[in-house]
Design a binder for this molecule. Sequence first.
Ligand SMILES: Cc1cc2nc3c(=O)[nH]c(=O)nc-3n(C[C@H](O)[C@H](O)[C@H](O)COP(=O)(O)O)c2cc1C
Length: 302
Amino acid sequence: MPGRHAELGRAKLDPAAIPQAQVRFLRELLDAASVPGLPQAEAEAMIEQEVAKVNMTREESEALLDVALRHPVKMVVNALGVPSREQVERLHARGIRVGGLVGKVEHALRQREAGVDVIVAVGAEGGGHTGNISSMILWPQVVDAVAPTPVLAAGGVGSGRQMAAALAIGASGVWCGSIWLGTKESDLLPEEKEALFEADADDAVQTLSRTGKQCRVLRSRLTDAWEAPDAPPVLPMPLQTIATMEARLRINRGRAKAFMSPPVGQIVHRLREETTVRQVIADMLMEFSDSIDRIDRALARD
Ligand SMILES: Cc1cc2nc3c(=O)[nH]c(=O)nc-3n(C[C@H](O)[C@H](O)[C@H](O)COP(=O)(O)O)c2cc1C
């Protein structure tokens, strides 16, 4: 439920209303690279189907919440804005905990004011939408600012050492995104996983070009293209997602790995081969335990 978003006009219902400069720019880019176009007869329906999944306005978010509430959910977490007091109260009345993702202390304070139970402090190194403050600075700032509200530390967590650091800083737990992308359970395409396995930490770059808001993704020929001087302006959320949908579908259908840019954080450097969620958790817990032992031993030396 983003706090701010562009008015959609008819862009969601009518493909002709989607801003064309951005669509054309991507068409030319992919044509030049011989990435096959979408099958003409189905293209419109395919784009429409994907665009229908972009639910960013307040009314659309409310409708999604209604769907969630038909299921036995225990927690609802929101990003990119602060839920209204009424939304929080509605969830609390059903015994559901509410969380909020933040990248800045002032955002954390606003979430707390809205009655949010758990703050997720996301450092700039994280995958997806992030701010500019790194985890090592943000986590302690947020922990201090909202105490005693519990804080989950996010952004760059993919190992037991990082978990230990987060708990040492005062977080109540960790929240991970990117580390799951290399697992068998992740629904990324095999080519997207391969691209992640080949990437280093500095290949996870921040760009406006995916959604219109700053988002950390895998650098590719697509993100590079938006940096070029001849690139059209990036549209505000959610229009940028809508205007880039056709290109994203083409890239995925054409398995055009060089253009694939899934959201991912700097922890991408740890993704080297396909693993499982079970293995990731087991490794994290083992390394966490080793880290605590190491600290205990270091302290016992005195
Ligand atoms: C592929 C991907 C998709 C994400 N999608 C969402 C999302 O839809 N909503 C959201 O609140 N956060 C989303 N995030 C951000 C995560 O919730 C989390 O804050 C972030 O991944 C933490 O940093 P890490 O990637 O270093 O673990 C996404 C992250 C990734 C990597």
